[in-house]
Design a protein around this ligand. Structure first.
Ligand SMILES: [Zn+2]
Length: 288
């Protein structure tokens, strides 16, 4: 799955190349790509046609294109990238990708179109009514992400302490904080020297502040790398191959020496995934 920085790079690309353009026509080439739009592909195409794409938005790993000119438009196209979904802006005369699922043409003469390409068809596009906050209604429950200027650090700390859970579960709880996936959680916990099973009730305010700072740093580092390769027409995200050359300190480093203390890193199964940590820097919590 793409993580927040990858999705943000896609958002910037769409903002540069698609925002402000008016949809001329839509071709749905595979029904699975619009399965989250119950009225089907023909309806999906008809409801997009003639509308102008507003400023492209993101919250956590969710990305959407508001339709319409007003500041608070009524509908948005939500993009689900799934495991292998890609949003490409391509010259109209470029040959179709093998797994092209949806094509969106525009009324202008810029000579490019938007393509949704998805090998495994877990992803897709769907149209939704917006909440008064301008969020597609199906993601109204998603909390702000740590790169959002309106993210409230103090409120997050209070919610963490109140929630009787462990720190990594809390970081992956999209109703508490969005956009932190398994990789960035392990990286930020390693930097903060916190074990993933540390009860949130034991976190002090300074520790929460430190943790949030490290989460923002690992995301911004990834964005800085991704940003450098983004100056072409080709807007791309592929969760399988990984868009960024990540330099990771924890994730995927089982048995390799901790970059701080040299102790071999460990991997433990965790909620159908893995947690990577340094057994010396990130001491497990004492049993209660
Ligand atoms: Zn260590």
């Amino acid at each position: 799955m793409p993580e927040l920085p990858e999705v943000e790079v896609v958002r910037r690309g769409l903002e540069a190349w698609v925002s402000g353009r008016t949809v001329a026509d839509v071709q749905v080439l595979h029904p699975r790509a619009v399965r989250r739009h119950p009225a089907g592909g023909v309806d999906f195409a008809a409801r997009l046609t003639g509308h102008r794409v507003g400023s492209v938005q993101r919250r956590g790993k969710y990305l959407w294109l508001p339709l319409g000119d007003s500041a608070a438009p009524g509908c948005s196209v939500l993009a689900h990238l799934g495991m292998s979904g890609q949003l490409l802006v391509q010259p109209t005369d470029t040959a179709d990708e093998r797994h092209l699922r949806i094509r969106v043409g525009f009324t202008d003469d810029l000579g490019t179109e938007l393509r949704f390409v998805d090998q495994r068809t877990f992803g897709g596009l769907s149209l939704h009514e917006n909440t008064p906050d301008g969020l597609p209604d199906v993601i109204a429950h998603i909390a702000r992400d740590p790169l959002d200027p309106k993210f409230d650090d103090a409120a997050f700390h209070t919610a963490l302490r109140r929630r009787r859970t462990t720190v990594k579960r809390a970081l992956l709880d999209q109703s508490l904080i969005s956009g932190v996936g398994n990789i960035y959680a392990d990286e930020a916990l390693w930097r903060t020297k916190l074990h993933y099973e540390r009860p949130t009730a034991t976190l002090t305010r300074p520790k929460t502040t430190e943790l949030l700072g490290h989460i923002r740093d690992v995301m911004n580092d990834a964005l800085a790398v991704g940003g450098t390769s983004f100056d072409s027409l080709y807007v791309n995200v592929n969760g399988e191959s990984g868009y960024f050359e990540r330099s990771l300190d924890a994730y995927g480093r089982e048995d390799e020496p901790c970059r701080r203390c040299g102790t071999p890193m460990r991997r433990r199964p965790w909620m159908n995934r893995s947690s990577y940590y340094c057994p010396r820097c990130q001491r497990p919590p004492r049993p209660q």
